[in-house]
Write a protein that binds this ligand. Structure first.
Ligand SMILES: C/C(=C\C[C@@]12O[C@]1(C)C(=O)c1ccccc1C2=O)CCC[C@H](C)CCC[C@H](C)CCCC(C)C
Length: 162
């Protein structure tokens, strides 16, 4: 009964994974070649590298301050994205209520991250990063999908008990 939901969840998680990989490649390219022009840089106020290269592009702009800029955990956000969406794509296959509850927690967390990053884009960097905004949309879709899925799993459990 959750087959279509699972497929959609895995699809959007892989979409997020792809965007995270793409962001990471862009970051590496910009770092190696300062003349590199990223395909997601459209103008001064529509730039993805402006976000990635900012002080908020690494360790969520928090870990560096907490653990020191040289900490092994102060990685580019895109690497955390790769970890996160790989995890979500994997648990997306599971029809266990427990696993899906974990997935719900993770997607709630990622939407908090969306709000945090979106405010940085709007109020501090005054930048429209298309890759970032697409990530926010994906995070929201994933939240809705996991929420619906958990509801159905709980309903199925109830039906089995009776
Ligand atoms: C494209 C990507 C990250 C790039 C980033 O684009 C973001 C998000 C953004 O909006 C932004 C704004 C302002 C400055 C910099 C930036 C960015 O650089 C990857 C998805 C990141 C995703 C939102 C992470 C979700 C992580 C979980 C909430 C926590 C996972 C914890 C791990 C230990 C698994």
């Amino acid at each position: 009964m959750t087959k279509l939901l699972n497929d959609a969840l895995v699809f959007f998680s892989l979409f997020g994974l792809g965007l995270s990989f793409y962001s990471y490649i862009i970051e590496l390219s910009v770092e190696m070649d300062e003349n590199y022009v990223a395909s997601c840089d459209f103008s001064e106020h529509m730039s993805c590298t402006k976000a990635f290269k900012s002080e908020y592009g690494k360790g969520f702009g928090i870990l560096g301050r907490l653990l020191g800029n040289d900490s092994v955990f102060n990685l580019p956000n895109s690497l955390y994205g790769i970890l996160f969406y790989s995890f979500l794509a994997t648990v997306g296959f599971s029809d266990s209520t427990f696993t899906t509850t974990i997935a719900l927690g993770a997607t709630v967390l990622s939407n908090c991250a969306s709000v945090y990053f979106a405010s940085i884009l709007i109020f501090i960097l005054k930048d429209l990063c298309v890759v970032c905004v697409t990530i926010y949309v994906i995070n929201f879709i994933n939240l809705i999908l996991v929420y619906i899925k958990l509801g159905r799993l709980r309903q199925e459990e109830k039906l089995k008990q009776n």
